[in-house]
Design a protein around this ligand. Structure first.
Ligand code: G
Ligand code: G
Ligand code: MN
Ligand code: NA
Length: 254
């Protein structure tokens, strides 16, 4: 398969890179963390979204080395920014269910952090709702191991799958990321506005923060702030960009 060959070539050539997209407080306190998003620089996968090649990597086993690389590279970058005098910024990575289910993810995360001398609080892990809700006992065990490292835990694309309220309440989660399909038609679409409000209220009752994804307009931003959503991410703040451009963006004059 052509994508599988391109994945192997990119891993061999070292042409993968992480791009970064900021997440910020809606109340004006500025950037809180950056999400790391995988890209292939100049390789055969350059035109593809990870949404297209990650599933192939999961099927052919290459998600293991690829996921390890993402974890190590995110830690390396957090450390490099801190060493260059930028304020240390937590980084969120996306974790594949395949990496999560191996059973040793907490150990791998602990090693990656130790290698760069960072505490767990500098790393956030984004997982899909279906990963978190499937096989809840073993999930809870792994999440508690990660939480014990100080790592923050977020549910990505929240609302697109199915969550048990009691699981949301009892798992050691920090944040829900409200899927951008609910954000797209805000603030005009009454049904979406009601849904997002309900998610924000439910999260607050459960002691969880909310991050709205895919915020593209000032109107969306202002609506989300007004209903008490905590943080946001999206093109209206900044699109994902490479590490150099991201550091420049962080350092931009106000
Ligand atoms: O960055 P972009 O919008 O193209 O990402 C598309 C999808 O790919 C998103 O759902 C995102 O979570 C996922 N993705 C991006 N980078 C990674 C990664 O490093 N690992 C995994 N497992 N998924 C990623
Ligand atoms: O599912 P996840 O949140 O990991 O996906 C992040 C993806 O969403 C990234 O690939 C990024 O390119 C994309 N993205 C980020 N901000 C926006 C936005 O404002 N609008 C749209 N359409 N996509 C966005
Ligand atoms: Mn994500
Ligand atoms: Na998402």
């Amino acid at each position: 398969n052509a994508v599988e060959r391109a994945l192997r070539a990119a891993l061999d050539a070292g042409s993968f890179e992480l791009h970064f997209q900021p997440q910020a407080w809606l109340d004006g306190r500025g950037v809180v963390r950056a999400e790391a998003l995988l890209r292939d620089r100049g390789g055969l996968l350059a035109g593809l979204s990870p949404a297209e090649f990650i599933p192939v990597a999961e099927e052919c086993g290459l998600i293991e080395p690829l996921g390890e690389w993402v974890l190590a590279e995110a830690c390396r970058q957090a450390r490099a920014w801190a060493d260059s005098g930028l304020p240390l910024l937590p980084i969120a990575i996306n974790l594949s269910p395949v990496q999560f289910r191996r059973g040793d993810i907490a150990e791998r995360v602990a090693q990656a952090l130790a290698k760069v001398g960072l505490g767990g609080e500098w790393l956030e892990i984004e997982m899909t709702e279906s990963l978190v809700m499937r096989d809840i006992d073993s999930t809870a065990h792994t999440l508690h191991q990660l939480k014990a490292l100080g790592v923050r835990l977020a549910i990505d694309d929240f609302g697109t799958s199915y969550s048990s309220l009691s699981s949301l309440r009892h798992l050691p989660l920090d944040r829900l990321k409200i899927d951008r399909s609910f954000v797209r038609a805000l603030p005009g679409a009454a049904a979406d506005a009601g849904l997002v409000q309900a998610i924000v209220d439910m999260a607050r009752a459960l002691g969880l923060q909310t991050v709205a994804e895919g915020v593209e307009t000032r109107e969306q931003h202002d609506f989300l702030r007004a209903i008490g959503c905590n943080q946001y991410q999206g093109y209206w703040l900044a699109p994902p960009c490479d590490a150099t451009a991201f550091a420049r963006w962080l350092d931009r004059p106000a």
